[in-house]
Design a protein around this ligand. Sequence first.
Ligand SMILES: *[C@@H]1O[C@H](CO)[C@@H](O)[C@H](O)[C@H]1NC(C)=O
Ligand SMILES: *[C@@H]1O[C@H](CO)[C@@H](O)[C@H](O)[C@H]1NC(C)=O
Ligand SMILES: *[C@@H]1O[C@H](CO)[C@@H](O)[C@H](O)[C@H]1NC(C)=O
Length: 274
Amino acid sequence: MLPILTLLHLFPLSTAHPQSTLGNRNFPDPSITYDPSTDKWYAFATQSDDDIHVQVASSSSFPSGSDWTYLPRTDILPVPGKWVNSSQPEIWAPDVHFVNSSSSGKWVMYYSGLASGSGYHCIGTASTASSSNASILGPYTADDEPFACPTSKGGAIDASGFYDEQDDARWVVYKVDGSAKGPGGPCGNGLPPGEPTPFMLQRVDARDGVTKVGEPIQILDRDPELDGPLIEAPSLVKHVARGGGDDDDDDNNDDHGRGGDRWVLFYSSHCFNS
Ligand SMILES: *[C@@H]1O[C@H](CO)[C@@H](O)[C@H](O)[C@H]1NC(C)=O
Ligand SMILES: *[C@@H]1O[C@H](CO)[C@@H](O)[C@H](O)[C@H]1NC(C)=O
Ligand SMILES: *[C@@H]1O[C@H](CO)[C@@H](O)[C@H](O)[C@H]1NC(C)=O
């Protein structure tokens, strides 16, 4: 095994320098998406302090530069789904993806909102019209029914979509928000035994991004020792091995199945304020 210093020397760590982007604006739970038609990156965030349901910023230079421009007074989700509490919608964690079918396409948004008649959030979907020139800035029309709404388990939040090009398959991963109905303590779920906060993986129709295919599958739950009261904000990435055969570790074996491809799940562990 190489000593640490040698490893650092071989793989110099590039340091990310935080830069002024949106100043001190409150822009929580961001997701980012590239739009080929405008050649810009777009960032979407949780409802603003002045009640814009979905906040948007864009960048022409990301990732080499970091000049992000806030798009003021743009509410791309003017009317959340009928299932959302209209006096207190609390739209959180929007995530936007392009869904392509033959010559046309549309943008689909996954978001969380406070479900009417319950104190819990659920996940909804909204889409632009399908056309050859659909705009990432919508407007988005929300579906009437929630996409996932397990209110008896605390609801669901933090939906994130993923398209698997190899399999032409589309997936949505989200968190069952058990910590919202927890027994108290840190993040409302710190007192033992606490509620489960599992991540569910739901396959959807690759051509519309919203029609569910089969049942959701639980892919991870919190480990109270490692994660404390919760895990949240799941995001899936597929790492496709170049050339196949071996994976990227140092043992010259393929440890991860087909051609060394592997799925990587990013998520947050512990309270949002930790
Ligand atoms: C959209 O899908 C069609 C096949 O349905 C494919 O030929 C085309 O390249 C796709 N376009 C994009 C932008 O992915
Ligand atoms: C909407 O939220 C408000 C504030 O929490 C609550 O008073 C009201 O009962 C909710 N409405 C519905 C239909 O759930
Ligand atoms: C798309 O093109 C049609 C016809 O050219 C136009 O009427 C419409 O406004 C365009 N939509 C967007 C979102 O640019």
